[in-house]
Design a protein around this ligand. Sequence first.
Ligand code: NAD
Ligand code: LMR
Length: 325
Amino acid sequence: MTSSVKKIAVTGAAGQIAYSLLWRIANGDVYGKDTPVELQLLEIPAAIGGAEGVAMELNDSAFPLLKKITVTDKLEEAFDGTNAAFLVGAKPRGKGEERSDLLAANGKIFGPQGKAINDHAAEDIRVLVVGNPANTNALIAMHAAKDVPNERFNAMMRLDHNRAISQLSEKLGRDKTDIENLVVWGNHSATQFPDITYATVGGEKISELVEHDWYVDQFIPRVAKRGAEIIEVRGKSSAASAASSAVDHMHDWINGTERWASAAIPSDGSYGIPEGLIVGMPTVARNGKWEVVQGLDLSDFQKARIEANVKELQEERDAVADLLG
Ligand code: NAD
Ligand code: LMR
């Protein structure tokens, strides 16, 4: 049976990430192969031509599920009746910059978008913020959307999660799908904490299969700084891997997953993380909602790493206090 059509908004539609993301959405990789979709593409006026060209190419791809494309620079049109929104449109960092350096330029994008989502989106709206610094941009959008439940605003940690799985798979010589119960806590920044404490491969504890020094001195920084490594090698920030991870996140949020996934969601106070901050946590998704995996024991090492992320997110939040209406 065919489901009713879903409207999906993507901002930054003429950009690098969108050029990969839109094809996956149109292919049915978010809602599923029985759900038709309409794409609502937002760009700034200067890049509307680029977005129109992207729409032409999407049409030329003749996706059976893709029913309509709207290209616009108007927020109310982009978010009109939208069920899912990927907030991608924002400046990427260059070599030598941290993601938080983008806050001044990018933060102001997300308040008006949050307000437009509040006023025009569908009741079941789910928002995934990808534009950096993603956690704090998501916080800004969430604050501007007073009538939308906070839980509908997420930031992307899934790329970090996927990077961690890939690094472990390579180190252990084991299949990626055999790796479970991994989490990347915190901020999508170099402070993030890819945590293997509970991780298993085919049921074996990964912490007993790798050297502690490798974990602390190589694995954690490699994953945390992978974005910078990609910029260094590729000359541009990651795009297709970011798009793929955004699809993974939204797909699992909507369709559910019992496998742990790292998602940055508004904290409910679990593990002593202050409520309100949008923080990467160990999650599963049930009935269309993320649930924090409960009952984990935290060592002092873990607590210190999580605390460093909380501190950084609080500092970012303080830096944009004027945008948190
Ligand atoms: P890009 O420069 O190729 O594209 C960004 C697009 O956004 C441009 O076309 C620009 O015109 C558009 N844009 C700017 N302001 C806008 C606004 N107010 N409304 C709508 N569109 C707007 O950049 P990209 O490589 O696609 O990256 C986009 C963002 O995603 C960057 O901030 C980047 O750092 C971030 N990113 C995040 C992750 C993550 O894991 N969270 C991963 C990769 C990239
Ligand atoms: C990434 O992690 O690849 C993105 O956040 C881009 C960046 O600036 O590192």
